[in-house]
Ligand binder design. Sequence first.
Ligand code: PLP
Length: 400
Amino acid sequence: MSEKTTSAVTANSLLPTYARYPIALVKGEGSWLWDDQGKRYLDFMSGIAVTNLGHAPRKIKEALVKQLDELWHVSNLFHIPNQEEAARLLTDNSSGDAVFFCNSGAEANEAAIKLARKYQQKIKGNGRYEIITFENSFHGRTLATLTATGQEKVKEGFAPLPEGFRYIPYNDIEALEAAISDKTAAVMLELVQAEGGIYPADPAFVHALCKLCRKHGILLIIDEIQTGMGRTGKLFAYEHYGIEPDIFTLAKGLGSGFPVGAAVCKEELREAFGPGSHGSTFGGTPIATAVVKATLETIVGDRLSERAEEKGDYLTSQLKAQLAGNPFVNDIRGKGLLVGIECAAPIAGLLTAAQDKGLLVISAGPNVIRLLPNLLVTNEEIDQAVSILAELLAGAGDNK
Ligand SMILES: *Cc1c(COP(=O)(O)O)cnc(C)c1O
């Protein structure tokens, strides 16, 4: 018989899919988190762009608690008023016309891939199936979405992978032209490659890509799972480019911490997802969509996208000022409150050093520190985070 231990920081009954830090966070409020030892942390990762309104935001909690008193779950075989209202809010505030709700980012992209294929094959009758995606992208962990992801490390050991995906370099329009064939159903991309290292798409590339898609009848899928919900300074990142995707996907910030995802599409695609074509038991429950409604009303009503742009400008300018001339810092880039500090060497040690100083940040690839504060972050909190980072990065090159 093995002896059981009960410490907050052992995870032996879990599969070891995550290399966890030895910290157990047990309480959150606004930009702050507390661990089970009572230590306080300034949260500049927001659960990876999830808690965009900070921890335990009052209005969202009220909407959630109200719904918990009324009804938790009913089947999608019935009308769900919250779901219809949440969808209406999404379509009123975007270029999309119809919504499918699911529970995660990977599921939203899975729905987008299926919808694109179904549209081409059933509505257009052309048998197209291939999805072109980009090197260094990230689209999720289900079999189809890890196949769509342009990074080998997420695919190792999972063969055979689904067919019909091909990868080209990001921001390379000639490569796209060369990759297009009579099998191409859709092109799928992030407008800032987030997990891949905070690389924004070049506007000229995006415009040329849109033109090529229109010319060849190829659908444009934008993965807004990390960039959406105000994060980049617009409600959706595609607004920066003046484009309208055929399909875009959401999750992370959509539920302020409640798990929910969505695929949003143009009117022409509606009929491709007729009754029985796709589904999800938990997709768009009364609870999840009460939270989506409250989240969207707050972000739109309180103009938090504009706030994210303003705070993002402040964060980036403070970082540039404080880190100017630091030989360990190669680049500072991003959009709104999705910011990366590219360093000259791996930064894993810096992340734990920041934790010791009470600041939570994450990486985006081995050399990039990723900053994702909530959209309500204050200048004082930004100053605190920047000063901790400046202190850590000041001597960072020395011991490497
Ligand atoms: C996080 C993320 C996903 C996957 O979302 P999950 O909810 O983890 O399935 C997909 N695409 C992008 C751009 C992401 O950042």
